[in-house]
Design a protein around this ligand. Structure first.
Ligand SMILES: Nc1nc2c(ncn2[C@@H]2O[C@H](COP(=O)(O)OP(=O)(O)OP(=O)(O)O)[C@@H](O)[C@H]2O)c(=O)[nH]1
Length: 329
């Protein structure tokens, strides 16, 4: 509940004005009523001629009775009402303490009205406190919501990074075996469906063990990264997938490319590697490549069969003396 509406001043002068008007009406009404009662009583006691004879006495009686009644009304009704009104106004402005220091409780009706006034002020105070508590809670809630949104954003960023790490080779930044497997299955199905072309090359650095032993693992790492850069530069169509399967073994999956075209690009890549300027004393790196390709004239039963054909071609290239490209039968 919003107590702002309670605290909003209505019309500051309305209550005193109403009390003043009530006081005026009582000041006029009480003597008139008293006059009427006294006249009727005198008339019923002494007949219609009596009021005229007893006019002086009647006037005095009416005056005294009216003053006494007005004093009583003032003390028992109007003053307590005035206090209650003042209490309500103070409640709106919070200017009055709940119970003035050393105040004695008023008697009778005044006491009841005082108690009502105090009770209303306490209710108002409690509502105001509840409103402040609710506002503090709302602020806290908004703060917690903000923290939650930040935590969710951080979590989402971590999740994306993790997902990307799960599919990326940490050393070279190429796709890893997992990402390659998915791509191979996807592209193989597409080539089958569309009776299209798909070339798959498995590339393995030659005698990399020796290279590592001669120049150290850090130089070996740098060489692997340079090979990855060369692969990215040669196979940069959106649909090409280049991955590191592990160790010094890479793979290139080329949708829409047939055996002859793939062979041409791979020979260029081998030239690139040969002319790759390795730092002094590091000699030269060479590649052996096994290439297999799907075409309407040469379909494969499965993605695994295609991979196996490329692996077998690589095996042949290695055993034929390395630094060469071998085509699957
Ligand atoms: N620097 C470095 N070396 C690696 C990494 N992964 C694998 N190797 C090394 O690569 C070498 C691969 O050796 P082999 O499998 O015997 O192959 P190879 O020496 O290239 O011989 P062939 O493939 O038969 O030509 C091993 O010495 C591995 O330790 C890597 O991330 N960084």
């Amino acid at each position: 509940m919003n107590t702002d509406s309670l605290a909003q001043p209505q019309d500051d002068a309305a209550m005193p004005r109403r009390l003043g008007s009530l006081r005026l009406r009582l000041t006029l009404g009480v003597p008139l009523l008293t006059l009427a009662i006294v006249v009727v009583l005198t008339w019923s006691r002494a007949g219609p001629a009596a009021p005229v004879d007893e006019l002086g006495r009647i006037v005095w009686q009416v005056l005294l009775l009216s003053v006494a009644q007005l004093l009583l009304i003032e003390a028992l009704l109007l003053r307590p009402l005035q206090r209650l009104a003042a209490g309500c106004e103070a409640m709106e402005s919070d200017a009055m303490p709940l119970q003035p220091e050393g105040a004695r409780p008023a008697p009778g009706l005044a006491a009841e009205l005082d108690r009502i006034g105090h009770a209303m002020r306490r209710v108002h105070g409690s509502l105001r406190q509840q409103d402040q508590d609710a506002q503090a809670l709302r602020r806290e809630l908004a703060h917690q919501r903000l923290l939650l949104e930040q935590a969710q954003a951080a979590l989402e960023a971590n999740r994306r990074e993790l997902a990307s790490l799960e599919r990326t080779d940490a050393l070279t930044g190429l796709a890893n075996l997992r990402a390659f497997d998915e791509a191979l299955r996807r592209e193989f199905k597409r080539a089958q469906r569309q009776r299209g072309l798909l070339a798959l090359a498995v590339l393995d650095l030659d005698e990399f063990k020796q290279f590592n032993q001669r120049h150290g693992a850090a130089t070996g790492d740098a060489a692997l990264k340079r090979v990855a850069t060369l692969l990215n530069e040669r196979f940069k169509r959106d649909t090409d997938v280049v991955a590191r399967l592990g160790g010094e073994e890479f793979v290139a999956l080329l949708p829409g490319v047939g055996m002859a075209e793939a062979q041409g690009v791979l020979e260029l890549l081998r030239d690139d590697l040969r002319s790759l300027g390795l730092p002094d004393g590091q000699g030269q790196l060479t590649l052996s490549v096994g290439l297999a390709a799907v075409s309407p004239a040469h379909p494969y039963l499965s993605a695994q069969a295609l991979m196996q054909a490329a692996d077998e071609a690589l095996y042949i290239a290695k055993h034929a003396g390395r630094d060469r490209l071998s085509l699957a039968a």
